[in-house]
Design a protein around this ligand. Structure first.
Ligand code: ZN
Ligand code: ZN
Length: 464
């Protein structure tokens, strides 16, 4: 998280997109040809751990716990710590994440400086370093080129990826726009000084100066608050890829959950976010918890932000519909359906007559049905069925004697054992398609005209 490579600074004109000449098969090629470092081994922990991050991420909570157990918490300091948590957290969510990594809105210069400063107080690396990793995360989600690949487990995506030296360089992601941004360059240059001032000095001085609580300010608003901001934002990479539902797409691990939103200042609608990363919102419903969205919206109202990007509602709805259809298709597949006419034997009228003398067969809408185990259960009485054995009961079934319910028609279709030769009309006939099959979910390749089935035969088939 605290990677900050020192290279000679380029002028804006010298900066070109890093993925300008990326090969077409980049992902596959890189994963195949670039060997990762061997897996982490405890016997080699001296070399395998990123010690700067280990110290920051382990010392902070220990120091915080020692401090909290020896320092009285005053309510003024408590409220200020919560306020400061939101302030530095928003630096990450509204600044680092939605403004710089995703360009989901435009921020005026004062707002950019504000977000760059409070964002530094979260000690998660400079904007440029953070955004580079995050853009790779979105581009190569769930692969080894994703720096916090959720497939490597909850711990790894939460914090492990920072404690270890990366096993592989994150995939190429362009940040040339950020390299040209004066605020991002300014923050990158003064980063170390800024984290000391914003993360520790200010939260110590404010409670100290105003209500005489220097020590409490340092412990609660400084150290412990930092610990909370860390784990709260880390949850976007771990919890948000693990807990919840996928209402927009289920190709990758990101999920939507209110609990994640609550602990991440509104970044918990992560399934939506990975589908529509340029959208300034994470939560699209007004009642869902997304203070980062509310903050950006307010900044627009006071004239400090503009061009808030919103993905077209129509396209968002398509994603939702796809996922709903998928669920319905699974339900559809769990049910038993009548045998398709193309899988049934085609029977001549004479053969039907002959076989109907041996078992109760009834012809309705071109299909021959075996009603042996239904005669006694027929609500209208067995005599009405017996009457039609070996005959065509189509008219009687569809209202001639009784206009049967949809449920009855569905059940009837389950008793099909054959198709009468020449007895079925081409195309979709209301009487030959049971109500439960008139509307169904099919994959596009199942809708191809070459797959539609029409029964044909010389009429010599036998009933199964
Ligand atoms: Zn993610
Ligand atoms: Zn993102």
């Amino acid at each position: 998280m605290m990677g900050r490579a020192e290279k000679p600074e380029k002028t804006p004109e010298e900066i070109v997109p890093s993925d300008l000449n990326i090969p077409d098969n980049y992902v596959q090629h890189t994963l195949k040809t670039v060997k990762p470092l061997p897996p982490f081994k405890w016997s080699n922990f001296i070399n395998d751990l990123n010690w700067l991050n280990v110290i920051i991420l382990c010392v902070t909570p220990v120091l915080g716990l020692i401090g909290a157990s020896t320092t009285k918490l005053r309510w003024e300091t408590f409220l200020f710590s919560i306020f400061y948590y939101y302030l530095t957290g928003l630096g990450i969510t509204a600044g680092y994440h939605r403004l710089w990594a995703h360009r989901s809105y435009n921020a005026s210069l004062p707002l950019q400086y504000f977000l760059a400063i409070v964002g530094a107080g979260a000690i998660e690396g400079s904007i440029k370093w953070w955004s580079r990793g995050h853009r790779a995360h979105h581009r190569y989600t769930d692969t080894d080129l994703d720096p916090y690949n959720a497939h490597k487990g909850f711990f790894y995506s939460h914090i492990g990826w920072m404690l270890l030296k990366p096993r592989r360089k994150p995939g190429v992601a362009d940040v040339s726009d950020l390299s040209k941004n004066p605020v991002v360059r300014w923050q990158h240059k003064h980063y170390i000084l800024m984290i000391l001032i914003v993360s520790f000095l200010i939260p110590t001085i404010i409670p100290g100066y105003f209500w005489g609580d220097y020590r409490g300010g340092y412990v609660y608003a400084g150290v412990l608050r930092l610990c909370f901001v860390h784990h709260s934002t880390f949850c976007v990479n771990s919890l948000a890829h693990w807990l919840g539902s996928s209402p927009f797409d289920d190709k990758h691990t990101p999920r939507d959950h209110v609990v994640t939103a609550l602990v991440t200042i509104g970044e918990g609608y992560h399934n939506f976010h990975h589908q529509f990363p340029m959208d300034y919102r994470n939560a699209i419903k007004w009642y869902q918890y997304d203070p980062t969205k509310w903050f950006i919206w307010t900044m627009q109202k006071v004239g400090l932000a503009s061009h808030l990007k919103v993905f077209p509602e129509n396209e968002v709805r398509k994603g939702q519909l796809t996922m709903e259809l998928k669920k319905l298709k699974a339900t559809q597949e769990r049910l038993a359906w009548p045998t398709d006419s193309s899988d049934l034997p085609v029977i001549s009228w004479e053969s039907y007559q002959e076989q109907a003398t041996k078992r109760p067969l009834i012809l309705i809408s071109g299909f021959i049905h075996d009603v042996s185990n239904f005669i006694d259960e027929h609500p209208g009485g067995p005599h009405l069925l017996v009457k039609f054995i070996g005959k065509d009961a189509t008219t009687a079934f569809f209202g001639g004697v009784y206009d049967h319910s949809n449920a009855a028609h569905n059940l009837l279709a389950m008793k099909r054992v054959g198709v009468l030769h020449g007895g079925m009309r081409q195309g979709l006939d209301d009487k030959s398609i049971p109500p439960s099959q008139r509307l169904k979910i099919a994959r596009y390749n199942e809708l191809s005209p070459y797959n539609s089935s029409t029964a044909y035969s010389d009429g010599e088939g036998m009933l199964g």
